[in-house]
Design a protein around this ligand. Sequence first.
Ligand code: FAD
Length: 451
Amino acid sequence: MSARAVDHYGPGMATARTPSLWLDQLRADDPTALHPLEPLDGDDRADVVVVGAGLAGLWTAYYLLEADPSLDVLVVEADVAGAGATGHGSGWCSADLGVPGEELIRRHGLAGARALRAALRDAVVEVGGAAAAEQVDCGFAYGGSVLLARTPSDVQRVAEHVQVAADLEDDVHLLAADEVAEHVRAAGVLAGAYSPDCARVQPAALAHGLRDVVRSRGGRVVERTRALRVSPRAVATDRGTVRTRWTVVATGAGPALSSGDHRAVVPRHAVAVATAPLTPEQWEAVGLPRAQTFADDAGHVRGERTADDRLVVLSTAEPSWPAPDEDRAAGRLRDTLLDLFPVLDGTPLTHRWRATVGATRDGHPSVGLDTDGIGWVRGLGLDGAAAANLAGRTLADLVTGAGGPLVRLPWVGHRSPAWPLAPVRVLGNAVARVSAARAPRARASAPTARR
Ligand SMILES: Cc1cc2nc3c(=O)[nH]c(=O)nc-3n(C[C@H](O)[C@H](O)[C@H](O)COP(=O)(O)OP(=O)(O)OC[C@H]3O[C@@H](n4cnc5c(N)ncnc54)[C@H](O)[C@@H]3O)c2cc1C
């Protein structure tokens, strides 16, 4: 990083990319935690091959083994479990899918949209239930989430959001400024909205715990093994080829693995920072007493209080084109953090990481199983922690032929068009976001000496 960039951040900023807080915590607790498992040892056979050991792949393996303990399930991971988006997220586990409510209704009708929303709300609780049952210590805390409105236009947008949420039977309430302060004491808040359907988790700990549970149930997990190509009854990897009946591709932002793969994803980038643990006095000023998460859409940030009392904040404002300027994005994040919580001025930022997630071309995640035995979960983007659990249960029902309500949800089999006006839309979004980020806020805050 250049000296100029260091000046831009000022004292206390983690000035270069670090491992994510979550992976760092795993390693601090157990220095061997991230040592990879043995790779695939040559050619092999399995009933089901799951490609990718992020949360989507691991939940799939977990629920397959729960449904049929006799299945031979092999998880193939290019790196180590949780090394992808999973280990680099913001620690939210929300019922969001990344598709606006109006669009869900337009695409799927009110009944379909409501069914999908209900399943996602359940998935948040199910993540905590499974973690509790399997004694996976991942700091799950069901604190809900607060959406902040800090300008008059934010207030209008939040009110519209609450109205659509009510149509979808989501439990979202408008909050006055003093009610917001019971959850989070951010500066300049005019109003907000609260939803209970969000939890805080340590995502890398959840992934590693799940990996261990899958192995203890007889599933096999091989790491440092990259799938090169998937065909209807075989998976070619850089360590050997596996004959299989079913394959589930859960590779996040990974490249397409089969010819004519219409499910290809476009990568999107995000940057996150973590503070050092805050003092009790700082937490008194910030709030989040029940580990609530919060989002300031106008500032393009989401945040949460970690189990070890840090604040983690993620910028959702990264344009996917042109290539992200990570330094600038991290600097903006820091400025927004101080704008929200001036009490944090001078608090060291110990971690700063960037990650790539996979989004579909129409922005709509999907899950499915083709007649050729190849299943997929695609495009979970920045809202996949609970959706990955729903995807895993759905894929287990599809593979085992159990049927049931999950396989009828409208994201099952959804096809993202190969080439809509995505590049134009992405470019437009990028310009709009950059302009918004640079525009002075209607409610200006006093600059501090360290900004
Ligand atoms: C910065 C950031 C913030 C986020 N914030 C939120 C949030 O607030 N709320 C929320 O719900 N979600 C959030 N997410 C998303 C969430 O983390 C993911 O959607 C979720 O963890 C599911 O990820 P996944 O399993 O689909 O993908 P990944 O975790 O990326 O897993 C895919 C795995 O496949 C492996 N792989 C890829 N190609 C191959 C191959 N050819 N062969 C073998 N293995 C391969 C990768 O190494 C990786 O381990 C965030 C993500 C990021 C990065």
